[in-house]
Ligand binder design. Structure first.
Ligand code: PMV
Length: 349
């Protein structure tokens, strides 16, 4: 008989950090030098969809990303596969019959697609590895705490394993067992919080986060200061602001943290530039807008790329959107704009 594959498809959302992770203390296990906190975005808008098929007739594990076959031997991919299979084997040995031993020896074919540009500083690896780990876990019948495995694919991926407001606790142990993500509040906690993605460029970033943070750890003294003396207090303040739904504090901390992250990039030798002219214009616009009202109504944050992610409240979306449109009118080249969250997407390139 022809062997039939077992097929599972899942989706995972992007998360955008408001207290950034930058720098590892252990490269192999992906253990960070500081804790971080992010908001997981709406699944319908920016997401990865992954299908995993497992079949006894498959000769080897294989993976396709956005339609192109990639190297399955990538060490981080291998870490995730190995860890999920180890967990499945352990469950089976602990006599949990829901784990099918036959399935464990099967090879898998993995297909993953993003509905947004890969590696443009929009946290594609976070959604990608979170989705991979979750889908593999479904195939192998394992559940429980999986963020520690997603972390070994891409650090920020551990935070996409939960919705809402999520912290990644850096942990203290050398084996990384306590370096996991934890939900601070569910998405329903702050229903009028909105996110707007302003796309300054959908190109691949010039310096990837892995090599970027490696150089920063080696050369930036500002990064050491940040990890040791700034982030611990900032995490506490941010968690409190989230608990209290205090947007003013949330906004200021978010912008300060983005600015400090990009300052550590500039303090890296040779320096790394993720922001471009448009990014800096957005920063000025946000500060002018907030100054006009005498309060923080919108906040920007930038990851390893020039695209701005704006946090604001529902009642300010329409007006701020209008202001952005005024200063960055859409071009008429029929370009497809990147999807924004909750509001129409804006291209400001
Ligand atoms: O998980 P990585 O290796 O893609 O690193 C992501 C780092 C930032 O996006 C810049 C910050 C963060 O905390 O997400």
């Amino acid at each position: 008989t022809v062997a039939k594959p077992a097929i599972v498809t899942c989706t995972a959302p992007v998360n955008i950090a408001v207290v950034k992770y930058w720098g590892k203390r252990n490269e192999d296990l992906i253990l960070p030098i500081n804790s971080s906190l992010s908001v997981t975005l709406d699944q319908d808008q920016l997401k990865t969809t992954t299908t995993v098929a497992s079949c006894r007739s498959f000769q080897e594990d294989r993976i396709w990303l956005n339609g192109k076959e990639e190297d399955i031997n990538h060490p981080r991919l291998q870490s995730c596969l190995r860890e999920i299979r180890r967990l499945a084997r352990k469950r089976h040995n602990d006599r949990d019959c829901s784990v099918d031993m036959g399935c464990l020896s099967h090879k898998v074919h993995i297909c993953s697609v993003n509905n947004f540009p890969t590696a443009a500083g929009l946290a594609s690896s976070a959604a990608g590895f979170a989705c991979l780990v979750y889908t593999l876990a479904q195939v192998y019948g394992v559940d429980g705490e999986l963020s520690g495995i997603a972390r070994q694919g891409s650090g920020s991926a551990c935070r996409s394993m939960y919705g809402g407001f999520v912290q990644w606790i850096m942990g203290e142990r050398e084996d990384g067992k306590d370096s996991v993500a934890q939900q601070v509040e569910p998405e329903s906690h702050w229903p009028d919080l909105r996110v707007l993605v302003l796309v300054a460029s959908a190109e691949r970033k010039p310096v990837g986060s892995t090599s970027g943070m490696q150089t920063s750890v080696e050369t930036s003294s500002l990064l050491k200061h940040r990890a040791k003396s700034v982030v611990p207090d900032r995490m506490k303040q941010m968690i409190e602001a989230v608990h209290k739904r205090d947007f003013d504090t949330f906004a200021e901390l978010t912008m300060r943290d983005s600015n400090q992250f990009h300052a550590t990039c500039l303090d890296t030798y040779p320096p790394i530039f993720y922001l471009n002219t448009v990014s800096r214009q957005v920063i000025s616009l946000v500060h002018q807008y907030n100054r006009h009202y005498g309060e923080a109504r919108v906040a920007y944050t930038f990851d390893a790329g020039p695209n701005a992610v704006i946090y604001t409240l529902q009642q300010h979306v329409a007006e701020f959107f209008h202001v952005v449109r005024h200063f960055f009118p859409p071009d008429n080249n029929g370009k497809k704009f990147l999807t924004g969250i909750q509001v129409e997407p804006v291209s400001i390139s």
